[in-house]
Design a binder for this molecule. Sequence first.
Ligand SMILES: NC(=O)c1ccc[n+]([C@@H]2O[C@H](COP(=O)([O-])OP(=O)(O)OC[C@H]3O[C@@H](n4cnc5c(N)ncnc54)[C@H](O)[C@@H]3O)[C@@H](O)[C@H]2O)c1
Ligand SMILES: O=c1ccn([C@@H]2O[C@H](COP(=O)(O)OP(=O)(O)O[C@H]3O[C@H](CO)[C@@H](O)[C@H](O)[C@H]3O)[C@@H](O)[C@H]2O)c(=O)[nH]1
Length: 433
Amino acid sequence: MEKISILGTGYVGLVTGSCFAYLGHKVICLDINKEKIEKLKKGEIPIYEPQLDEIFALDKESENIEFTIDYTYAIKNSDFIFIAVGTPSCPDGSANLSYVSDALKTIASCITENDFKVIVNKSTVPVGTGRWAAKLLADELLKKGIKEPEKHFCIVSNPEFLREGKAVEDFMNPDRIIIGSDDKDIALKTASLYSTLNPPMIITNLPTAEMIKYASNAFLATKISFINEMANLSEKIGADIEIVSKGMGLDKRIGPYFLKAGLGFGGSCFPKDVKALIHTSKAYNVDPSILNAVMKVNEKQKIKPIEILKGAGIDLNGVKIAIWGLAFKPDTDDTREAASLNIINELLKHNAVIFAYDPIVKNLPIQDKNLNIVNDKYEALEKCDVLILVTEWNEFKNIEFKRFKDKIVVDGRNIWEKNILKKYTKACFSIGR
Ligand SMILES: NC(=O)c1ccc[n+]([C@@H]2O[C@H](COP(=O)([O-])OP(=O)(O)OC[C@H]3O[C@@H](n4cnc5c(N)ncnc54)[C@H](O)[C@@H]3O)[C@@H](O)[C@H]2O)c1
Ligand SMILES: O=c1ccn([C@@H]2O[C@H](COP(=O)(O)OP(=O)(O)O[C@H]3O[C@H](CO)[C@@H](O)[C@H](O)[C@H]3O)[C@@H](O)[C@H]2O)c(=O)[nH]1
């Protein structure tokens, strides 16, 4: 069993650290956010993620996991150092590598002449970052007077493919593990951290590993924008996109996944990663025409309910609108790039009054006198004339339809049967049907 530190204890870092500890490794999770680490030390999990509490409790019992803000301690007591800090979008769409670069500089400040550390990057970073990181680290070590710096570390790329809401399940049952490194032995050593999971493995070079992550996310995002474009056409010509998706998905070459039409993709990954890949493509003079279209379709799709309501002749000024679901998808408390934010911002511009409900999310990065977050879905519904279903949480699937009487309902994720909606509502709209 190996000694691992995880730098950055967010969604990816905490899940990775907890799961590695569960697999028997000795894990130190580090973050620069003191408050987060204090909570974790007390046994409080700062994010909502199914199954994480069970694994976390077992890790605490086995004493395989500890939490710290002390870089020197974390680096000294680990052989594998995972970087799992954020890589958000810069205003020009490129990935902001400042957190990665800060982490690398602090690692360099802790490495001594007697050390050899494997530095594994799990953050999603543009192609070329691994080799850039090796140079940055070598320069920092040289500045400290460490000769032949490359003898003291090796950089590995190990992109993460977990989904929020299913993060533990995904970590424990990976479709594949990708390891990229310029040193094959170190790559194999890193791969062995996962050996008990027995996953399909690809061992390759640094840029290929980095590219696999972006190409995967961009392809999944493309599937979503594609099906949403088909939904917009289906709606006009009387086809039902749910049945179209099912019919397409039965073709094994297409497959059934990521063909759910709705309000587009949000979250901390697809939007930023597609934008970053567009940026990289342009930097290498490759025309990212598909990726540009994927983003364009998605931006429109996120505010589709506004277009639907306006198209139905509803003047949004002063209208009371209930929003069900604020997280970017069910089973997470994450609202980064959530369609709910785009819809709420648009509605506020039109002077609508909003009563929003989500089972987990109780705060939003938007403050407005016309935005109310309430604790009960029916309370939101009863106060309003219009309901927009934004996130398909399970609790919205079986509801008392009779409460929809006299309401205008927009089902943004196609969770309700259109015939039932027609029976119980004043007017109803779904996506692509
Ligand atoms: N969220 C996902 O589902 C997911 C899945 C796969 C890959 N990724 C990628 O993983 C990376 C992390 O994503 P996330 O969602 O976990 O981010 P996050 O914002 O939840 O967590 C990042 C953490 O890093 C900490 N941090 C920042 N600078 C630091 C430093 N110098 N040293 C130590 N800690 C530092 C922050 O305080 C924060 O707690 C991103 O590159 C993302 O694209 C995310
Ligand atoms: O058929 C579908 C599938 C998804 N979505 C939307 O797409 C977004 C992303 O969903 P999902 O992929 O389940 O969530 P993430 O947690 O963002 O995970 C993605 O992004 C992660 C970060 O890179 C990767 O690790 C995962 O493999 C990748 O699925 C959400 O807004 C969903 O509502 C659809 O609209 N239709």
